[in-house]
Design a protein around this ligand. Sequence first.
Ligand code: AMP
Length: 122
Amino acid sequence: MVYDKQNIFAKILRGEIPCDKIYEDEYALAFRDINPQAPVHVLVIPKGSYIDINDFSAKASDVEIAGYTRAVGQVAGKLGIVDQGFRTLANNGPDAHQEVPHYHTHILAGRRLGQIIKSFRE
Ligand code: AMP
């Protein structure tokens, strides 16, 4: 599969469409999900063009992977959800219902999230 440069997160990264930005650094951008599934629902995306975790883990540099992982932690800290708890989740491919083909981590928080499968869209 080839990375689709016209996917919506690629457009957000290029500044072609707006987002409700929470955090940005050299490696990652985080913004609020447009259709929140919890009181806090933020997406963290790598700045590089990666389709999913398979693509990211195979092609991203160690520095990019470290930077992205640290950004997820930074975002959780910034959102003030660390003590109460939160869920990180990444959908990869059709069976996981990945809608946007640019790798991303969902951060969900702000309520009791319940069982992992039932609490997020089926
Ligand atoms: P996934 O099914 O894991 O690919 O999730 C894609 C997520 O992107 C969904 O939760 C959408 O609500 C969210 N989304 C789609 N378009 C936008 C957008 N323009 N800004 C913020 N979130 C978006």
